[in-house]
Ligand binder design. Structure first.
Ligand SMILES: O=C(O)CCC(=O)C(=O)O
Ligand SMILES: [Fe+2]
Length: 334
C-alpha cells in the first residue's frame, strides 16, 4: 500500500537559518495541576492562552508526566527502529485506516526528500505491535493515559480562557479513540539534504512532541524559524488546525518543520489529541457572530479534511510541498 510515485523537489535550506536568539516560552504547569492554588491556576491559564494565541507552541514543565516514562517511551521506539527492516516491515498495517496504526518506512509514505520512519499506535483500534517485544506494548500503554490526562487539562484551560461555556470542548471532543502516538526516527542527514519533515501544521486539536538531545524541531513565528531547544524535562505543546478553526484564528496552529543534523540520527515521538472523524468543524459563534467577526472558514467534516491531507501525502503528491492541502483549503477570503 501507499506506493509513492512522485517526489517533491525543494531546495534544502541551511539549518543555520533558524533564529538563535528567540526561544519558545516555558510554562510551569504545577500550580494548575495542584488543586487549591487558585491564584497559581489563574496564572497558568493566562500563560497558556497567551502562548497559544500568539505563537501556537510552548514548552511545558512539571506537566504531571514522569520524565523517566517519557524517556523510556522514546527509548522503546528507538529500539523498535533499530530492528532489521524485515522485522519492522511485519508491522506495516494491512488495512487502510486513518490514522493507520502501524509502521511506515519513509519511502512508502510522504515525499522522496522527507526522511522519517514512523510507527503509529492507537489504543482501542487495530495496532500492529512488534512481536516478541512485550516491553514495547507495556510502556506505550503505561504512558498513554498520562498523555490523555494532560491534553484534557490543556483543553480545559483553553476552554476556560476563551470564555466558552464550561466543558464545551470536552463535550464536543468526546471520543478518545481518535488519539494516537507516533514514534519518529530521522536518519542522519547527508550533505545538505537535511529535510526531515516538511513545513506543516497539525490537523488535530493539541499535539505533544518529545524530542531527543539532537533537536531539529523548528517553529515559524512572525516569519522567523525558532528552534525548539531539546530538554528532557520539557514537553513541547502545540495547537492544531481544529482549535484554530473553532476559534476563528484566535488560537494559532503554527507551521513547524524538522531539520536533520549531518551525521546524527534523531528520535522523537508525538502524541495527537484528536477528534472523532464524523465531527463537524466550523468557527464557533463565540468567536464570530457574538463578537461581530465574519467566519474565516467554511464548515467541514473532520474526516474530509483528514482524507484530503492523507491523499496529498500518498497517492496525489503535488510537485511542491507548498501545494499539499492545508487548512487554508476551507478559508473564506474576506
Ligand atoms: O519529530 C518532531 O519533532 C515533530 C513531528 C511532527 O511535527 C509531527 O509528527 O506532526
Ligand atoms: Fe507536526
Amino acid at each position: 500500500m501507499h506506493q509513492k510515485t512522485r517526489g517533491v523537489q525543494i531546495q534544502p535550506v541551511p539549518f543555520e537559518m533558524a533564529s538563535k536568539v528567540i526561544s519558545l516560552q516555558t510554562i510551569d504547569m504545577s500550580p494548575y495541576l495542584r488543586e487549591g492554588d487558585e491564584k497559581g491556576r489563574k496564572k497558568v491559564v493566562e500563560e497558556i492562552w497567551k502562548a497559544s494565541t500568539e505563537c501556537g507552541f510552548f514548552q511545558a514543565v512539571n506537566h504531571g508526566i514522569p520524565v523517566e516514562l517519557l524517556k523510556k517511551t522514546r527509548r522503546i521506539y528507538r529500539e523498535f527502529f533499530d530492528r532489521p527492516d524485515e522485522e519492522k516491515l511485519k508491522c506495516v498495517p494491512q488495512v487502510d485506516e486513518r490514522p493507520s496504526p502501524g509502521y511506515f518506512k519513509s519511502q512508502q509514505f510522504g515525499t522522496k526528500e522527507g526522511h522519517e520512519d514512523f510507527l503509529t499506535v492507537a489504543p482501542g483500534r487495530l495496532n500492529v505491535y512488534p512481536k516478541d517485544f512485550p516491553e514495547f506494548k507495556q510502556v506505550l500503554e503505561e504512558i498513554f493515559p498520562y498523555l490523555v490526562k494532560l491534553a484534557s487539562a490543556i483543553e480545559e484551560i483553553i476552554n476556560s480562557a476563551s470564555g466558552l461555556p464550561p466543558n464545551f470542548l470536552k463535550e464536543y471532543n468526546d471520543d478518545r479513540n481518535s488519539d494516537f502516538l507516533l514514534g519518529l526516527h530521522y536518519p542522519a542527514a547527508e550533505n545538505l539534504a537535511n529535510i526531515g519533515r516538511y513545513p506543516h501544521e497539525d490537523v488535530n486539536l493539541i499535539t505533544f512532541v518529545y524530542q531527543d538531545h539532537v533537536g531539529g524541531l523548528q517553529v515559524l513565528n512572525n516569519g522567523q524559524w525558532i528552534p525548539v531547544i531539546p530538554d528532557d524535562e520539557k514537553l513541547v505543546v502545540n495547537i492544531g488546525d481544529i482549535l484554530q478553526v473553532l476559534s476563528n484564528n484566535r488560537l494559532k496552529s503554527a507551521t513547524h518543520r524538522v531539520f536533520r543534523t549531518e551525521g546524527t540520527e534523531r528520535d522523537s515521538f508525538a502524541f495527537f489529541y484528536s477528534l472523532k472523524p464524523d465531527k463537524w468543524v466550523e468557527p464557533l459563534p463565540q468567536f464570530t457572530t457574538e463578537v461581530g467577526e465574519p467566519p474565516k472558514y467554511r464548515g467541514f467534516l473532520y474526516d474530509d479534511y483528514m482524507q484530503l491531507r492523507q491523499r496529498d501525502y500518498t497517492d496525489n503528491q503535488p510537485d511542491k510541498y507548498e501545494d499539499i492541502a492545508r487548512i487554508t483549503y476551507y478559508a473564506i477570503n474576506t
